[in-house]
Design a protein around this ligand. Structure first.
Ligand code: MSP
Length: 628
């Protein structure tokens, strides 16, 4: 049996899943589903990249261990994949024991081969952040890009991989496998880069602990990419499932974003050559999404949070949009306008309406039973079979949007066929035999369309088959089912609700615009900021406001006077523990009345989760000190 092994990158757990992650994963899922349809024994892998300093630091700042943070974020990825109907066969975590063992084993093999040596890593080190930065990563003047403080030139012992040794072997490999990297422009970039010369790369660190220990030298942990890339072999069974590994390795397709191409197209094959393992067949680097014309930022992410998009448009429509809107390999822009437009034109008008009108006519002219065709069906039959063929070639090049475009030739073709054959006129003229042939052809066209669209929109494809009365699971179907004539005459159709209700494009765009304008961070001048008078104040007295869970009445000493402030911190603080503490007060805020009580000013609190407002306490400074 033919096999197909497809992967996504493994995602870092210091961030929560966003549309960029969803994009890569949906593409891999579409590929996996398509290959299953074509009868391949398929292994589809995704997972999480959990080690490294960033995760260690992110966890510390949230007051937990790195393992705990990883556990929390992993379920967010897994949850999203479920909502997006992702059919991965395995989920790898780099903290899984089998993975750690495999990485250590491979480290040993590569070291014994003479390709790993102990040297010194030299870089710019930020002591407060405990991070090394390269020349390029730093801010001008040797400043840390994270905290802005000066860095210093430091050395640490580190294991290196002899990447330089593989320069010629890599160039030879690219020449023999010109489609190893796709799209072609990216292959050219890689070849030029390697031709410029390769330096050995540092693959261990001693400045943090959260990683896989180097065998026999546990002062070092294995640096992220050596650890991460080997997930593709460890999860395929390397060292623990000989059968699976034998069946599936080498991978047929690594789908990644263009930002991580060098790791996959240069380091990865070199590691494998050194380890004596076969090389993957293809690395496809897709482009990046901007959001409503802008680079993705934390605030913009709200409007394209994958969960929210699923709620607004449905998982299948989102999957369709991502695959259809932008040629795979190019950059694209996500906008709600474009999304709503695609749903309305391609999905509601072309596809949904096709099924709806086909079933309506079947009910009207044949009491809801698929008629038996008697005449010539070559027109649609010919179109369908050429679409099946063309799609196969396009899918094999990961040309997802062109594959869908070609499929829509069939969708539009069947719609046009209805218009030109005008079944209503045939019915009127009582040309029953012709009518039966026309309706059969239309329904059969719909059945084949559903099959071909199933890798992209698995749920809607199933709904289509259910409404057509096919009575089979489309996920278990084979591409051979795309052969004309599969729909049995006499089958009862079951017309349901429209597949894709039309969206109010204008209302959606207006809603998003409103949200975006609320999110724009306005810049202020120093002069404007200096209007705010911030002072340190000590809490002399605190008590709950009767009848409120949230409000606490505070009596503050501002150094100059005593004044009353009502603060919404009662949910998290017992008033008694507040007494004696020093807080930051906005002293010149207009007084307000809260539950009948006057509040003169506002105390500052930190908010990092909805509803969690914790006051900022100050030490070592007397009341009345001014904060600037
Ligand atoms: N952990 C590494 C990968 C190791 S693979 C052995 C990593 N993780 S990541 O979480 O930062 O990124 C994963 C993927 O998300 C990358 O393929 C990246 O290109 C993709 N995207 C992140 N933001 C994106 C967009 N704005 N648009 C499209 N894809 C983007 O890198």
């Amino acid at each position: 049996m033919k096999k197909f092994y497809v992967t996504t990158p493994i995602y870092y757990v210091n961030d929560v899943p966003h549309i960029g992650h969803a994009y890569t994963t949906v593409a891999a899922d579409v590929m996996a589903r398509y290959k299953r349809l074509c009868g391949f024994r398929t292994f589809f892998l995704t997972g999480t990249d959990e080690h490294g300093q960033k995760v260690e630091k992110a966890a510390r700042s949230q007051g937990m261990g790195p393992g705990e943070l990883a556990d929390r974020v992993v379920v967010r990825f897994q949850g999203l994949w479920k909502s997006l109907n992702i059919s991965n066969d395995h989920f790898v975590r780099t903290t899984d024991v089998y993975h750690q063992k495999a990485v250590q084993e491979l480290f040993k093999i590569i070291k014994e081969k003479g390709d790993i040596y102990l040297g010194e890593y030299e870089g710019w080190y930020c002591t407060p952040c405990e991070t090394f930065w390269s020349e390029g990563q730093q801010l001008e003047g040797n400043l840390c890009p994270d905290c802005g403080r000066p860095t210093e030139r430091l050395k640490e012992p580190s294991y290196f991989f002899r990447l330089s040794k593989y320069q010629d072997a890599l160039l030879r490999f690219y020449e023999e496998h010109p489609h190893f990297v796709m799209p072609e422009v990216r292959m050219n970039e890689i070849v030029s880069f390697v031709k410029m010369g390769l330096k050995d790369i540092s693959i261990s660190r001693t400045t943090f602990k959260w990683g896989i220990p180097v065998p026999e030298d546990p002062e070092h942990v294995i640096y992220v990419w050596f650890d991460a890339l080997f997930n593709y072999v460890s999860a395929a069974g390397y060292g623990w499932d000989r059968d699976r590994f034998g069946t599936f390795w080498p991978a047929d397709l690594h789908i990644i974003g263009k930002d991580i191409l060098r790791f996959h197209a240069i380091y990865w094959p070199a590691f494998l050559m050194s380890a004596g393992l076969p090389l993957p067949k293809r690395v496809f680097a897709h482009g990046w999404w901007t959001i409503e014309g802008q680079k993705m930022s934390k605030s913009l992410r709200n409007v394209v949070d994958p969960h929210r998009l699923i709620e607004e448009y449905g998982a299948d429509a989102l999957r369709y949009f991502l695959m259809r809107e932008v040629p795979f390999g190019q950059d694209g822009d996500f906008s709600h306008k474009a999304m709503a437009h695609r749903v309305n034109s391609d999905l509601a008008n072309d596809l949904g309406n096709l099924l709806y009108r086909s079933l309506t006519m079947t009910l009207k002219y044949f009491k809801g039973e698929v008629p038996s065709p008697g005449g010539d069906m070559r027109e649609l039959q010919g179109l369908a079979s050429s679409v099946v063929r063309d799609m196969e070639a396009l899918m094999d090049q990961q040309a997802f949007s062109r594959a869908l475009e070609r499929l829509w030739d069939l969708v539009k073709g069947v719609n046009r066929y209805i218009d030109t054959k005008a079944p209503w006129a045939l019915a009127k003229e009582k040309r029953h035999e012709e009518l039966a042939t026309v309706i059969y052809s239309i329904l059969e066209g719909c059945r084949i369309i559903a099959l071909l669209v199933s890798p992209f929109m698995p749920s809607k494809a199933q709904e289509m088959w259910d409404q057509l009365g096919v009575g089979k699971d489309v996920a278990m179907a084979s591409i051979n089912d795309a052969t004309w004539g599969g729909l049995k005459p006499g089958t009862k159709v079951r017309k349901g609700r429209p597949l894709f209700p039309r969206l109010d494009e204008k209302a959606i765009v207006a809603k998003i615009q409103r949200e975006l304008s609320e999110q724009v961070e306005e810049e202020i001048t120093l002069q404007e900021f200096s209007k705010v008078r911030l002072v340190v104040a000590q809490i002399l007295h605190a008590e709950r406001v009767p009848g409120s869970k949230r409000l606490v009445r505070l009596m503050l000493d501002t150094g100059e006077e005593k004044r009353q402030v009502v603060a919404g911190i009662g949910e998290h603080y017992d008033p008694d523990v507040l007494i004696g503490k020093k807080v930051l007060l906005v002293a010149n805020l207009k007084p307000a009345r809260l539950m009948g009580m006057e509040s003169k000013g506002m105390i500052l609190a930190a908010v990092w989760e909805k509803g969690m407002a914790l006051p900022l306490f100050v030490e070592d400074v007397p009341p009345g000190a001014v904060v600037k």
